[in-house]
Ligand binder design. Sequence first.
Ligand SMILES: [Zn+2]
Length: 578
Amino acid sequence: MPALRLRSPLMFSGAFLLLAVVYSSYFSVAVRTDAAAAADRFQTLVNIGAPRRAAKHGERAITLALKEGATENDVAPLKAAVADAQTARRKYQRAADLLLDALTAGWGQNLPIAERIEYEDRLARAYLLDGNLEKAAAIYTSFLELAGDAVALPNDARIAPDAKLHASKLSAAADAFLRVVNHAEPRPLTGATPEHVLASATQLADLGGFYGMREGGEYAAAGLLATAYEARKRIRGVDHQDTVQLTLMLGPLYTKMGRLRDAETLYLEAFHAQERAKGANSPDLSLYIKLLAGVYEKQERFTEAQALYEHMRRLFRDAFGAQRYSVNRDKDRREYINRPVSQHFPLEASYSPKDLVSASEFFVPTAKLPNIDEMKLRLAADRGSDAREENLPARLAQLISLCRSESDEVISLRSGYRSFQTQAALHARNGDRGTVTPPGVSEHQTGLAADINVNGRFMRQSDRAFQCFEENAFRFGFILSYPPGNDYLPGEDSYEPWHWRYVGIQTAQLYREAGPHNQPQEFLAALPCFQERAASGVFPTAGERDICLDGKPAQLANAAPAQPRRESPDAARILNDW
Ligand SMILES: [Zn+2]
């Protein structure tokens, strides 16, 4: 029997093993078949156009697959497909959850960019349909940033296809927003926390500002801005500066659309808010008076308009006649306006301008989201002026509008203010390659410099818009501050035909008429000498050494004579401007 005793356990264990293999494979096949069967059923129902029933089987397929041990990454494509079925049955929140899972999983992260944009757009729409304006606006806001220059020039073939796609999704979003904003009380604006409502309002205002600048975008812009305005009014109050600020975006739109009653109501609210905040004699009121008077004129209410203009003149007489603006404040507003900036004249890390404003508030077309730091410029208002008109951004807007009509090219602000810290971070990230201007050396830190885009890319010397800037920028107080052959920035070629800097009208004219040709930083460094010389009427004869440049810091006085260099808008050069 020993043979038998030996054999029996072997046989037994062999039989058991076989059974176990058969059983376990049967089990696993059964489970897999069940999940796969549910997924098949889902697909069939989708194909025959029965999304309600499809959604049920789709959800079951997801649950079964996960139970079987599938990862989030495995089920991501199924989740994305089931989201569509849930959208069809108006289960928007579920659809959004599914899409978010799918996009967060590795599957979503690795999608080709064009597909990812499609899914993000679907997610934004699910949020929108669920009444969640904040999350939808956040997605479209990031589209707006990613689209970059494409929004200015959607038909230019040179633009990266994904930027184009971002831009087209963004355009298509306007209608969807408008339907929600106009036809339904959006849920987050009634149910969410005040912080959520304010965040929504900011994003809606950004989008509104963007549509407001687009041809034919007024209708969408007004809807978005009005919603943002109402939200801020409810949470912050009508007197809050953030609320008042929106009237400057919304009011001109209403006027343009002929909704004069709405514009009047809005400006009156803003006027009274400013009156309460700053006193009945504040010159800050003049802006709202002027806007209101403009509406009255359009309504042919000339007597009322006249009375308002008279009131405005009185405010200015009082304010500036009595010199209520202290000398210090005046000084602060003019501060650094003529300061040279170069690698030989670096700015302090602590310097940041006190009077930054969003350029778009002064109708400067911006290539990026209007309220980000980079789209800000210094106000740099003239002494005793109408603060809305005689200042840097207003003059840049005038210059752009003049050159736009002369050149028939699309001109926008690509880059304005950049803080020392921003520049330092960029430099740290790219410094090894030596292509980014070190912190303190960039004029952008002063908030006085504007990089200009033409047709969606950096302005070039060959652009008609550049010719127009060259002939006219000085009339608006701007000079080309990195001309050909300069050594102001590190690197071998610092010519920047797109970089224009505000120095004020008088200084720009003096530079044009009497300054050393193509040596703007040297000119600024020796400005008092040039001013004195201009006043005395003494000018150097040709070929003679310029007396104003003697005794100046060696690097500047000995700067190599200007010599034209090739225009090189290549990647390295463009980065150098950062
Ligand atoms: Zn620049």
